[in-house]
Design a protein. Structure first.
Length: 145
């Protein structure tokens, strides 16, 4: 599986380089990157102590059958049968008088979202100007450069 991860990272750099050299380049499909190895890498980046989604499955519980879960997830993604679950809504206190809604996706949805986010960042990050850093990787008013 390590070899697949290395190849995947090389593929991401290839997308990054190709889109830098040719800004009008089109990528017809990115779905083939959503492999078990790639989604395993995404899973490993999840914070382990976060609240579970609507299905009640925690990161630790999902990890108990990790290989099987990822295999099933990839099968649904490739078979176009994957459907995101509803997001669990909780309200957190904003101040003494008001609350703020917070949506908590399921673990599987977090894994898929992270995978797609990383693919899109590899393609589009170099298109942005250097200054703004809202929600961009390794950028922010507190990030070290």
């Amino acid at each position: 599986m390590q070899t697949k991860l290395v190849l995947m990272k090389m593929g991401m750099r290839t997308y990054n380089t190709a889109s830098q050299k040719n800004p009008k380049m089109r990528f017809p499909s990115l779905a083939h990157h959503l492999s078990e190895g790639y989604l395993l890498e995404c899973f490993q980046e999840l914070e382990k102590d976060k609240a579970p989604g609507i299905d009640g499955v925690t990161v630790r519980k999902y990890e108990e059958r990790l290989e099987e879960n990822l295999k099933e997830l990839v099968g649904r993604l490739k078979g176009k049968k994957y459907r995101p679950q509803p997001v669990r809504r909780v309200y957190i206190s904003k101040d003494e008088k008001s609350v703020r809604p917070l949506g908590i996706p399921t673990i599987e949805d977090k894994i898929v979202q992270m995978g797609i986010k990383k693919l899109l960042e590899a393609i589009y990050e170099q298109d942005f100007v250097e200054g703004p850093y809202g929600f961009r990787p390794k950028r922010g008013c507190h990030a070290s450069r």
